[in-house]
Each structure stands twice: as structure tokens, then as C-alpha cells.
Design a protein around this ligand. Structure first.
Ligand SMILES: *Cc1c(COP(=O)(O)O)cnc(C)c1O
Length: 392
């Protein structure tokens, strides 16, 4: 009798009690809007921004309504408008090309390598077509950031980092989101901190920070921000920057603040789950693992592997056999978008693009969520099941 895994791949940990208490206090006060504060009350959102700035080492931070909003806000702030080409990863999630489309930009898709990072040769070749790169650290895989930033400097590309899967990760000791001009994070339930929906943005650039604060809908109340540039910086911008309302509220910030100090511990627990799966699959016949470079410190909140040489029906069969044993896999090669997963050829608002290397990688690529509600014993069991199904 073969073993079956009984865990739930989408079950989150509860919100910490301290966060629940703070959220209840905010609700009792009635002051949920970030600028609805009494004298000398900084407000939960302004405090969250200050604390997240401290965590990432950035001088400026802005909290917004979602990760997707953060990406769109960053694009607007660097001046992307209708018709402007924006380079981005061909392997990413729909909100990334969606954010480019939202400002009228044209996604120019860059190939992915079999190590699941942006193909730097293809990036260098396409760089002359655009002046902005929206770099997605999809599924937490970070490319050689030194080499990428060198390409960006050579071609005068402004880099916006999509860190939806790399909050708490780093390259060469520098936090993900702190290599490019702007770093964008998501605090949506499936990411590394959970407020249901939410986004955070960091930057070193005072003018970009001021523009994004105004864009987010600060009206003329920007002086209430704490991780913000001096009021003078806003002077030259406040008449010309539209209010594209997308603020975070005090309730969500109250839920997030007590989670910040727990991030490092959560990252360590994710890594333990990830390494358990990896150890269980090393040397498995037919399975290709993704190598993690020395310079990359990653958050193992999901696990990817390939089954090189298998056809589409064989991939579907593998996914079905794993599912029958309680292991939920996503296949990135499916023709039709399903659930959260879609392929570049489903983003038909963007011009169709020829991406043979990406198509070849996605055709045999599988994805596994690793929620923190799993134990390392769970991870070991999942790996055993996958190994057996791969080797039949
Ligand atoms: C979730 C996600 C986003 C967008 O975040 P939301 O908060 O859901 O808008 C952006 N990029 C990637 C890669 C994501 O997975």
C-alpha cells in the first residue's frame, strides 16, 4: 500500500495574537484610514513603513494596497507611459505584465534559463529596446545580481525589482529589492507576510519616493509619513503628480507590524522545509533539481523541479499520480491558464513573442507550495512520494 500525504497545501499559519490585538484596537478606534490620526499619533501605516525601511536598510518606504499596485506605482514613478516598452521576465506571474499593461506600457519578455532566472544574454540583447527593466524574482530564484546590474549600467536601464517571492532573501548579502532603483513586495496571504492584501515599496531615491507617495494618494498630507523624504522634495512634484489612489490602511498595517520581527524565523523554517524536499529528491531518476548559487540566500516558500524529456501527456500523468497521493503540483507548461498559473502566451494584451528557451523550460517545470503549516516530516514524505512516482 503506497503512502498518501494528508496535508493541505494552502493552509496558512494563524495571524499572531499580538497582531490580532492591535487590529482590534484599530477597529475600536474607528481610525482605519492612514491619515485619520489624533495629534501625536503616528498611525500604524507610517510606523510599518519606518520599520520595514529599517529591516531592508532603505531610507524610504511606502505601504500600498497590493503588490501589483506597488509595481504599477513604481513604473509610473520612473516615467513609464503609454506605448513605452518595459523589459520583464517571460517566466513570472500575471500581475507583472499586468502592471506594465496598466500604465499602457508594452511588455518585452526576456527568456528564462533552466535555473529559472532571467537569461542575461537575452536581456543584454533586448536591453537597447527599453529603458526600464521590471525584474521578477519569480518563485524566489535570484539571478546573478552583479552581472545583471552591470548590464543595466551599460544600457542605462532603470531596474524595478518584483520581490513578491523574495522578501527576506538576499544576493551577496544585499537584501532582495535593494539592488535596483525600486524594490516592490507583496503582503498578500500566499507571500512571506500576511495581511490578506498589501504591498510595500523601498527606494534610496528621494524624488522617486516622493512621487510614489503622491501617486499612492497622500493628498497634501505627506508630512505625516516617517520613512519619507523632506517636504521640500515634494514641492516641485505635488502639482504634477496624479493621485492614483492605492493606500494601505491602519488595519492591515497593524496586522503586519508584529509579523516583521518574525520574518527571519519564518525564513529559517521555510529553508528547512526546502532542504528536506531537496535532500529527498537528490539523485532521483528523471528529476532535475534547480541549483542554488552560493551568493543567493533564498526563502524556500515553494519548490521547483523539472522532469526533462517528458511529453505534455506524461507531465499531466505525473501531476495526476502525485495528486492521487495527496501531493498538489502545478505545471507551468499547460496550454490553458489555471488557478494562479498562466504562461506568457495567455497574456494576449501583450504582443505575442517568440520565446523558445522559456517554452522548453516551462514544458517540464513543476511547482510545489511549502506552507509553514508543514513539518519537515511532511516535507520528507512529499519527497518520498515524488521520488517514487518519478521512478516508476
Ligand atoms: C503575488 C505576486 C505579485 C503581486 O502581488 P499582489 O499583492 O497579489 O498584487 C507580483 N509578482 C509575483 C511574482 C507574484 O507572485
Amino acid at each position: 500500500m503506497s503512502e498518501v500525504f494528508n496535508g493541505n497545501f494552502t493552509q496558512q499559519e494563524p495571524i499572531p495574537e499580538e497582531a490580532i490585538e492591535r487590529a482590534v484596537e484599530v477597529m475600536r478606534s474607528g481610525r482605519l484610514h492612514r491619515y485619520n490620526t489624533v495629534p501625536d499619533e503616528p498611525g500604524e501605516v507610517a510606523l510599518l513603513e519606518e520599520e520595514f525601511a529599517g529591516l531592508t536598510g532603505a531610507p524610504y518606504c511606502l505601504a500600498v494596497a497590493s503588490g501589483g499596485y506597488a509595481l504599477g506605482c513604481a513604473l509610473r514613478a520612473v516615467g513609464v507611459g503609454p506605448g513605452d516598452p518595459v523589459l520583464t521576465n517571460a517566466f513570472t506571474l500575471a500581475p507583472v505584465p499586468g502592471a506594465i499593461a496598466a500604465v499602457g506600457g508594452k511588455p518585452v519578455l526576456v527568456e528564462v534559463t533552466d535555473q529559472l532566472t532571467i537569461d542575461l544574454d537575452d536581456l543584454a540583447a533586448k536591453a537597447p529596446q527599453a529603458r526600464v527593466l521590471m525584474l521578477s524574482h519569480m518563485r524566489g530564484h535570484i539571478c546573478d545580481m552583479d552581472a545583471l546590474m552591470e548590464i543595466a549600467r551599460t544600457h542605462d536601464l532603470t531596474v524595478i525589482e518584483d520581490c513578491a517571492h523574495t522578501m527576506g532573501a538576499a544576493w551577496g548579502g544585499v537584501p532582495s529589492g535593494r539592488h535596483g532603483a525600486i524594490g516592490c513586495y507583496s503582503t498578500q496571504t500566499y507571500k512571506h507576510m500576511n495581511s490578506g492584501e498589501g504591498g510595500l515599496i523601498v527606494t534610496d531615491d528621494a524624488e522617486l519616493a516622493a512621487r510614489m507617495i503622491l501617486l499612492s494618494g497622500s493628498y497634501m498630507l505627506y508630512e505625516r509619513h516617517r520613512a519619507a523624504p523632506r517636504p521640500e522634495v515634494f514641492e516641485g512634484l505635488k502639482y504634477d503628480t496624479p493621485n492614483v489612489s492605492g493606500r494601505m490602511d491602519n488595519l492591515r498595517a497593524a496586522i503586519l507590524r508584529p509579523q516583521l520581527p518574525t520574518l527571519a524565523d519564518r525564513v529559517a523554517r521555510w529553508s528547512a522545509l526546502y532542504r528536506e524536499i531537496e535532500a529527498g529528491l537528490v539523485g532521483a531518476e528523471g528529476i532535475a533539481l534547480i541549483e542554488r548559487p552560493e551568493a543567493e540566500s533564498y526563502v524556500g516558500s515553494s519548490f521547483q523541479f523539472r522532469l526533462p524529456g517528458r511529453s505534455a501527456p506524461e507531465m499531466l500523468d505525473f501531476v495526476a499520480r502525485a495528486a492521487a497521493r495527496g501531493v498538489e503540483l502545478k505545471w507551468f507548461g499547460a496550454d490553458e491558464p489555471a488557478g494562479f498559473t498562466s504562461r506568457h502566451d495567455s497574456w494576449r494584451y501583450a504582443e505575442a513573442q517568440n520565446l523558445p528557451r522559456t517554452d522548453a523550460v516551462l514544458a517540464t517545470l513543476l511547482d510545489l507550495r511549502l506552507p509553514l503549516t508543514f513539518s519537515t516530516d511532511d516535507a520528507a514524505q512529499i519527497a518520498r512520494i515524488l521520488r517514487e512516482e518519478a521512478e516508476v
